[in-house]
Design a protein around this ligand. Structure first.
Ligand code: COA
Length: 260
């Protein structure tokens, strides 16, 4: 079944996922959340997809938030259900086992900033703008903003954005660690693809376990997280990928990993 609100295109091992409601600045309505859930399932299930680039359609917005028209109709029950559904989809994306890069091409506000934060890396165009403006609407973030933002930028900076609802430009987002790279708008997709292809040239099992170790390890005690890392280190020592990576280094040639 085709997607109603997403463009989904696979080229050379990369799924290019575009939220496609440009007339509404790609706001996340229930249809987008449902489509994203299906898209993540497709990404998880297709071995030909090695990584993902997520962006927004049109020149203005990555995603300008949850759809305020829909939010305005919610009550205590449907509001909680909406938050939990969105959180589950974003968490599924974050744990899909393949590296996900957000190519942030404009406004990333509210649910848009939260969606970008659920990706593993963020490349922003110079014109991108980030913020969690929910308190202006009399609500708080519902898709992980109060959870991922302090983990990414620290408590003080997170509370600054959450309480003031102010927007920050790409350079300030870079300084605070909210984004990984800032590039000219016309180079956004090429630079995002280059970043992801560089990651995909590395040992895929090792890349997957780095994501898993950071994701799980941040929630563990220091000793538990160190043990998890040691277990991953031991496991990787049993792989063909380790033998290939080290042989390639010693033989002064590029490695060719098979993910086994
Ligand atoms: N939900 C629903 N519709 C949205 C939206 C959202 N989060 N963000 C933008 N839109 C719609 C606008 O209503 C408008 O639709 P219309 O043409 O049918 O009236 C269209 O997208 C274009 O937006 P507009 O506000 O005219 O663009 P702008 O350039 O003047 O302003 C923003 C851009 C991003 C500053 C402004 O749209 C905005 O503040 N959006 C809401 C951001 C927000 O609070 N997000 C968090 C939600 S929890």
């Amino acid at each position: 079944m085709p997607y109603e609100t997403l463009l989904f295109d696979v080229r050379d091992g990369i799924a290019f996922l575009t939220v496609n409601r440009p007339d509404k600045l790609n706001a996340l309505n229930d249809a987008v959340i449902a489509d994203l859930d299906r898209a993540v399932a497709q990404i998880e299930g297709d071995d030909a997809i090695k990584g993902v680039i997520l962006t927004g359609a049109g020149p203005k917005a990555f995603v300008a938030g949850a759809d305020i028209g829909e939010l305005s109709k919610q009550n205590q029950i449907t509001g909680k259900a909406r938050a939990m559904r969105g959180q589950a989809v974003f968490r599924r994306l974050e744990r899909c086992g393949k590296p996900v890069v957000a190519a942030v091409n404009g406004f990333a506000l509210g649910g848009g900033c939260e969606l970008a934060m659920a990706c593993h890396l963020r490349v922003a165009s110079e014109s991108a703008k980030f913020g969690q403006p929910e308190v202006k609407l009399g609500i708080g973030p519902g898709y992980g903003g109060t959870v991922r933002l302090p983990r990414l930028v620290g408590k003080g900076r997170a509370l600054d954005l959450l309480l003031t609802a102010r927007m920050v430009g790409a350079e300030e987002a870079l300084q605070m660690g909210l984004v990984n790279r800032v590039v000219p708008a016309e180079k956004l997709m090429a630079e995002s693809e280059q970043l992801l292809r560089g990651i995909l040239a590395n040992g895929p099992l090792a890349v997957g376990l780095c994501i898993e170790a950071v994701d799980a390890g941040l929630e563990m005690s220091l000793d538990e997280a160190l043990l998890l890392e040691a277990n991953h280190f031991g496991f990787l020592a049993s792989t063909d990928d380790m033998r290939e990576g080290m042989s390639a280094f010693l033989e002064k040639r590029p490695a060719s990993f098979r993910g086994s």
